[in-house]
Design a protein around this ligand. Structure first.
Ligand SMILES: [Zn+2]
Length: 288
């Protein structure tokens, strides 16, 4: 299936919209938060064509309000449509901005190798620098509605950012959570080894403490706070089992061979089991 944003936006609270990914690979869930004076777009889809689609949806929902764009992290399917947002104010956390500078072109090359459909969407892609960067946390006043941005990486990536609406208790997590899917572990040595499973667990615990009512994951269906616990439970189990098998003297291949089928059995309705092995190898690399 081509990685194209085709979902119709639905409201998770008045003025808060999600364009659902429809479980299409390399399509993210996209958010549009409409305030009295401005509207915030969260993630763009892969490449300039998807960016234009998302910008069109945002325009329909937001009318002539100025647009602000932010991205949950630097991965191509989340942010490499930003060039379609000319005229919008673009805000990233500093860690994400730096990670995009360091790795952005490498990820374009890697994603082009994933298939013709993906390469087509990346034709003419330009990596876009933000107008505003922040450290730690920032608040956006959209008019009658405040949105909190929090920089929480490294976890899934070095520069993970979440978007939280404190009044409605809605949380956009990016790929810190994916519904009914093995967590994406972008452990690609030697090019990218920044994914940090232990830190990821701590980030999820912190997010559980803020008590979201609605969780919009990076991919997969919108849910509630139990999505955070489900991801944390998987990561905790996988790490403990990896450590236990490693302590028994098994090497990485043996651990993957033993653990992968058991975890698939434990999570029979989760997609993308190929990420199990990447995760195990990341845990082992960090334990060295
Ligand atoms: Zn990602």
């Amino acid at each position: 299936m081509a990685p194209i944003v085709e979902g119709r936006p639905f409201e998770v609270a008045p003025g808060v919209f999600v364009v659902p990914d429809g479980r299409v690979p390399l399509v993210p869930n996209v958010g549009v938060v409409v305030g009295d004076r401005a509207a915030l777009v969260v993630d763009t889809g892969l490449g300039p064509g998807n960016g234009a689609i998302v910008r069109g949806i945002a325009r329909e929902l937001a009318g002539d309000r100025p647009l602000v764009l932010t991205l949950t992290h630097f991965h191509p399917e989340h942010g490499y449509g930003a060039q379609a947002f000319g005229g919008a104010t673009i805000v990233y956390n500093r860690a994400q901005r730096d990670e995009l500078r360091d790795k952005g072109q490498g990820y374009v090359a890697m994603f082009r190798g994933l298939g013709e459909d993906v390469a087509r969407e990346l034709e003419g892609v330009e990596l876009v620098q933000p107008h505003v960067v922040y450290d730690g946390a920032a608040e956006l006043d959209l008019g009658g509605r405040t949105v909190e941005l929090r920089s929480l990486g490294p976890a899934h990536s070095r520069g993970d950012q979440v978007v939280f609406l404190p009044e409605e208790r809605i949380l956009f997590t990016g790929d810190l959570v994916e519904t009914r899917s093995f967590p994406i572990f972008p452990f690609f040595p030697p090019h990218d080894v920044d994914v940090d499973g232990r830190a990821w667990i701590a980030v999820l615990e912190a997010l559980e403490r803020i008590g979201p009512r609605v969780v919009v994951p990076g991919h997969g269906e919108v849910g509630d706070g139990t999505l955070l616990a489900a991801t944390r439970g998987y990561l905790t189990l996988r790490d403990a089992e990896t450590a236990r098998l490693g302590a028994d003297g098994r090497d990485g291949d043996a651990i993957v061979a033993e653990l992968e089928p058991r975890l698939r059995e434990r999570y029979p309705d989760w997609d993308y089991p190929e990420w199990i092995a990447f995760g195990v190898r990341s845990v082992l690399a960090r334990a060295r």
